[in-house]
Design a protein around this ligand. Structure first.
Ligand SMILES: CC(C)(COP(=O)(O)OP(=O)(O)OC[C@H]1O[C@@H](n2cnc3c(N)ncnc32)[C@H](O)[C@@H]1OP(=O)(O)O)[C@@H](O)C(=O)NCCC(=O)NCCS
Length: 413
């Protein structure tokens, strides 16, 4: 069966997480992704956080499925010739080197556009143009500079970074959107264009509701958010603990058990109050003047969730979920990574998949989270370093065995 991006070839100069997460999605959507790696070393993550000696790490294998690997040193003369030919035959180049790295090698946007006016050039950097544009950036730097850390955690504690990789994989998915839009525009114009994603911008985009609150809360006392009504607004959007970012109060309450994740998140919609109070045997709260309406409950939300917690502590989180779901009350148990790795429904829909790797054997990974009805995804292994160098040089660059040997002797591949 055809896939959405069949016929699109990506020159993947990415490394670590942000860029590879983008090109892996493109590969799952059907693109031919050629990962360019430094000869003898490859993407640094091949060797980072290894769980098996001498075998590509899960860090690498889980971000580079369905790609081909070509080793190429683009700083050598022969490497530059090969790279130029590849630019001519690809639809997209994606890179997330430190700012200016590709231009220092002689491949700035103008040169790339001149070599192949149809190519889309996507890059991910820590910051956009401005005072920080030259900085190297990793995930948590982006979380801290994009607004996430200042708004995560509890109001009486320090800023907290989140486990979701919103700086890296969040930027990756923004990059995918930009590349797809540029490819569609190219169908009309025949021209490629630059797609620039700054990790700070991507994180701020994901923190949009917090920027909303910065402007909203400055207008008066803290109503509704972060569930400290009557409090005064300081300088900036405060950390909200478990409070929901939307208009409905929500909180994480304890369930039965001693585990660190024996909790469930519960959202109190206005229509949920009556069934909830009946369920936990607190009917007197339904018409109580301090609790009967959402506005009346606002100053008492701590009490509301304390009442609810008294009940949830008597059951495990899955029982609570079953019961609340039966009453149409939004809730979500805290699932840990072991729960998710073993979840049958995630496996059944290909969100958690098993992949056979030639050296490590079977490993599990997160499959394509974007499901298309006409573009099936089969998740295949990440490539070994340079596994496809010869076939790519023959097919796309037109090299014969002697030319490949010469490039190897020069350290270009
Ligand atoms: C992630 C990051 C901090 C890593 O920094 P780093 O390990 O020092 O790696 P760099 O990107 O600086 O690359 C190191 C060098 O290898 C070179 N290089 C990498 N692959 C190469 C190849 N195939 N051929 C030749 N040179 C290569 C680069 O050109 C660079 O050379 P230079 O220092 O002479 O300019 C940095 O790449 C960065 O800020 N990237 C943008 C933001 C980003 O994506 N961050 C999140 C990563 S998950």
């Amino acid at each position: 069966m055809e896939r959405a991006l069949d016929g699109i070839r990506i020159l993947d100069m990415t490394h670590v997480q942000s860029g590879p997460s983008a090109t892996q999605i493109l590969a799952w959507l059907g693109a031919d992704v050629i990962k360019v790696e430094l000869p003898g070393r490859g993407d640094v993550t091949r060797q980072q956080l290894r769980d098996l000696p001498g075998v590509d790490s899960l860090y690498f294998t889980m971000l580079n499925c369905n790609k081909r690997s070509l080793t190429l040193n683009t700083k050598t003369d022969k490497g530059k010739v090969i790279f130029t030919r590849l630019l001519e035959s690809c639809d997209v180049i994606v890179e997330n080197f430190a700012p200016g790295a590709l231009a220092r090698q002689g491949f700035g946007w103008e040169t790339i556009h001149e070599i192949n006016p149809r190519i889309v050039y996507a890059s991910i950097k820590g910051f956009g143009p401005g005072p920080y544009e030259d900085l190297k950036v990793y995930e948590n730097v982006a979380q801290c500079t994009g607004g996430s850390a200042s708004t995560t955690g509890f109001d009486d504690g320090p800023p907290v970074v989140t486990g979701a990789q919103i700086g890296d994989s969040g930027s990756g998915i923004h990059c995918v959107a930009g590349i797809l839009a540029a490819l569609i525009q190219r169908q009309k114009t025949g021209r490629g264009q630059r797609v620039e994603v700054a990790m700070q911008d991507a994180v701020l985009n994901l923190c949009r509701v917090k920027l909303r609150d910065q402007q909203r809360l400055a207008h008066g006392p803290l109503k509704e958010y972060p569930q400290y009504p009557g409090g005064t607004f300081g300088r900036a959007t405060p950390r909200a603990g478990h409070a929901s970012g939307g208009g409905q109060p929500g909180w994480c309450v304890k369930t039965r058990g001693d585990g660190p994740n024996d909790y469930i998140y519960i959202v109190l919609q206005p229509q949920g109050w009556e069934p909830f109070m009946k369920l936990i045997g607190r009917e007197e709260m339904i018409g109580h003047p301090d609790y009967a309406t959402p506005e009346a409950r606002l100053p008492h939300l701590d009490d509301c969730f304390a009442m609810i917690e008294e009940w949830t502590r008597t059951k495990d989180k899955f029982e609570v979920m079953d019961i609340l779901t039966g009453h149409n009350i939004p809730c979500g148990p805290i699932l840990d990574m072991k729960d998710l790795l073993e979840d049958e429904s995630l496996a059944a829909r290909g969100t958690v998949v098993e992949v056979e790797h030639p050296e490590r054997g079977v490993f599990k990974t997160v499959g394509n989270p974007i499901k298309l009805s006409d573009s099936p995804v089969e998740v295949t292994t990440s490539p070994l370093l340079g596994e496809h160098t010869e076939e790519i040089l023959k097919d796309l660059v037109g090299y014969d065995d002697a030319e490949i040997e010469a490039a190897r002797a020069d350290g270009a591949i």
